[in-house]
Write a protein that binds this ligand. Structure first.
Ligand code: FPP
Length: 278
């Protein structure tokens, strides 16, 4: 899917003061070839808290600080879209005290972070089955979308009550409902499915980061990550600081993206071998 805008190359000074480690990483980074859409599975809050002999909520609270840094850094580097996996459809299986806490934390987060979101010209979107969330959370989500609707910078998607399979099912049901109104019988295309996903209009993620070492995609953006570069780091989410994010971008740029084609020079035929790779 094509994106709607042309994004300019970031100026590293937009990041403000940097540490010597960040400065070194910035020298390795080509700011004109950053991923367009970064998706993140923020995992490891519980383990981080456990290691510090703290209660799990302390890990989630610390995770919101990391989310803040990640959001601001991506916005300042002119990344088009950032999607954070904040709560999955499976997360309802956790104890009610924890799910209640996460909902409360999210509401607090949306209120507290609004100045940062506005300052960075960020547009907010939510991915997931919103109608199954508590009414107060839904209200805050609507307000966040409305307040940021006119912003023109990075799109920040919070995946909340999100499941990749549920998203595909929802898209298919919308298509079926539309077919029954239109009476159309033509086959469904990939473009049509993509238009009905929660991420409609956004480029597919080209980089998927998962913190805390688990080698799983956990039902996240199953359709959209078809060609994403996957980067799993051992770092627990609360420790995933700006240097770790820049390091992930450096790693992304070292990967060769072939989209099912073959490497340049590996074919002596006239057939174009590299499809859309940067
Ligand atoms: C995984 O840690 C994280 C979550 C369940 C998502 C919650 C994320 C945050 C609170 C941080 C950002 C929040 C917002 C609102 C942007 P885990 O509990 O699964 O960790 P564990 O696997 O170590 O137990």
């Amino acid at each position: 899917m094509k994106s709607h805008s042309t994004v300019s190359v970031a100026d590293p000074s937009a990041l403000g003061a940097v540490t010597s480690e960040e400065e070194e990483l910035l020298t390795k980074l080509d700011l004109a070839r950053l991923p367009r859409h970064v998706a993140v599975i923020m995992d490891g809050n519980g383990r981080w808290a456990q290691r510090k002999h703290l209660p799990r909520p302390a890990g989630h609270r610390s995770g919101t600080q990391t989310a803040r840094t990640t959001i601001e850094t991506c916005a300042r580097l002119n990344i088009e879209a950032l999607t954070l996996y904040a709560f999955s459809v499976e997360n309802w299986r956790r104890p009610k005290t924890e799910t209640d806490f996460l909902m409360q934390l999210l509401r607090e987060y949306l209120r507290q972070e609004m100045p940062l979101i506005q300052r960075n010209n960020i547009r907010m979107r939510f991915l997931g089955r919103a109608s199954e969330l508590p009414a107060g959370v839904q209200q805050d989500m609507r307000e966040a979308v409305e307040k940021t609707a006119k912003n023109t910078g990075m799109v920040l998607c919070l995946a909340l009550n999100y499941g990749g399979r549920a998203e595909i099912v929802d898209a298919l049901n919308e298509i079926i409902a539309q077919r029954s109104v239109d009476g159309l019988r033509m086959p469904v295309t990939e473009e049509e499915v993509a238009r009905h996903l929660y991420t409609a209009g956004l480029p597919d993620p080209d980089l998927l980061i998962r913190s805390s070492g688990e080698m799983r995609v956990s039902n996240f953006l199953l359709w959209q990550i078809a060609y994403a570069e996957i980067l799993v780091t051992e770092t627990l989410w609360p420790d995933f600081n700006r240097a770790r994010l820049l390091e992930a971008f450096v790693e992304f740029q070292s990967r060769e993206r072939r989209y099912g084609g073959i490497r340049e020079g590996d074919s002596d035929s006239e057939v174009p071998t590299r499809i859309a790779g940067k």
